[in-house]
Ligand binder design. Structure first.
Ligand code: FES
Ligand SMILES: [Fe+2]
Length: 344
């Protein structure tokens, strides 16, 4: 078990201002004009109905998300290449987005298919098309030419599960700082009141190229027994799956980036679907409501801290071993901004 040891302060004649302050900062989103090459959630599926377009801020610019008659979702740069109207005030026509200003139409790959007056579309008239997936009731866009990795899968097939998704208010810190909560084992105990059944999991963390998984067996604040496998991939995605009081629950979460230094938390709760009977459906609903309450409460506990944090890994200790290693992954994480000239 981890023990608290209090040692006397080192005696020194040096004034405090003369002591070296150890610090190994992590690059912030947008620093040097680049952002993490990771999957960012950009909208809940329910926010983008068939035939609808929505606009939102993303990274340091603006994007549109639209769903065509074919039910396919496209995530593109928002500004029309003609003279720059915001396409979020345009109209979805079939599987195309039509600009409100002069009626140019763009397909779901971002190419201008026709102009309003019949002039041939200039060959350079295109929008930036983000790699997109729709999963867990959430629309995700990848910041990068090609995805470097795939979203987490739960241990059960999606067809065996029921889902419920929501998003939080805006937090005023970078998304990776929220992600840093998961490897921050000490905060899990201190902020969320979770009591571990065994030693800290530092030794048994399974590291991946862009993240990790670890097993947590613990007791939650209200006495719930947890046996959860949790993980982070990239700088913006979280998974948790396993047993709570003996029944299976999954959580897939993502951290958006509407502007550098801000994020929202998109959360999907998953539970086993059951046999389709009224009782099984009722149980699934109850468990989804339980999971939603648990995760919303957890996110609220973090908010006042994260909204004001000046994140700067200075003096980490042995108890921060997993956090320290994960921060090294973030320091070296691939960053780019291929949509820069389109979304700004
Ligand atoms: S600005 Fe979009 S068609 Fe002219
Ligand atoms: Fe937390």
């Amino acid at each position: 078990m981890t023990t608290n040891t209090t040692k006397p302060r080192p005696k020194t004649d040096k004034p405090r201002s003369a002591r070296r302050r150890f610090s190994n900062p992590v690059p912030m989103e947008g620093e040097n004009g680049v952002f993490s090459q990771t999957w960012f959630p950009v909208a809940l599926s329910t926010e983008v109905e068939k035939g609808k377009v929505v606009g939102c801020d993303f990274l340091d610019g603006r994007i549109i998300i639209f769903r065509g008659d074919n039910d396919k979702v496209a995530v593109m740069s928002a500004y029309c290449p003609h003279v720059g109207a915001d396409l979020s005030v345009g109209t979805v026509v079939g599987d195309r987005i039509e600009c409100a200003f002069h009626k140019w139409q763009f397909d779901q790959k971002g190419w201008c298919i026709q102009t309003g007056v019949g002039d041939p579309p200039p060959p350079t008239a295109c929008l930036y098309e983000f790699p997109v997936v729709e999963r867990y009731g959430i629309i995700w866009a990848f910041n990068g030419e090609e995805p470097l990795w795939e979203l987490f899968d739960f241990e059960f097939d999606d067809s065996e599960l029921s889902f419920s998704s929501f998003k939080t208010d805006t937090y005023t810190c970078d998304p990776w700082i929220f992600a840093a909560n998961t490897p921050d084992v000490q905060h899990i105990k201190a902020v969320h009141g979770i009591r571990f059944n065994s030693d800290d999991p530092h030794e048994i963390v399974e590291w991946e190229r862009y993240g990790f998984r670890m097993q947590v067996d613990a007791i939650h604040q209200k006495g719930e027994e947890l046996s959860w496998n949790v993980g982070i991939r990239g700088t913006t995605t979280f998974i948790q799956e396993g047993l709570v009081n003996g029944w299976w629950m999954g959580v897939a979460a993502g951290f958006s980036c509407p502007r550098p230094g801000t994020h929202e938390v998109y959360v999907c709760i998953a539970v086993k679907r059951g046999d389709g009977s009224t009782e099984a459906n009722k149980l699934s609903e109850e468990r989804l409501a339980f999971g939603t309450e648990l995760l919303a409460r957890t996110a609220v506990e973090d908010k006042p801290i994260l909204d004001r944090i000046h994140y700067n890994p200075g003096t980490l200790t042995k108890g921060d071993a997993t956090l320290a290693r994960w921060l090294d992954i973030v320091r070296a994480y691939p960053r780019a901004h291929p949509s820069k000239d389109f979304i700004n």
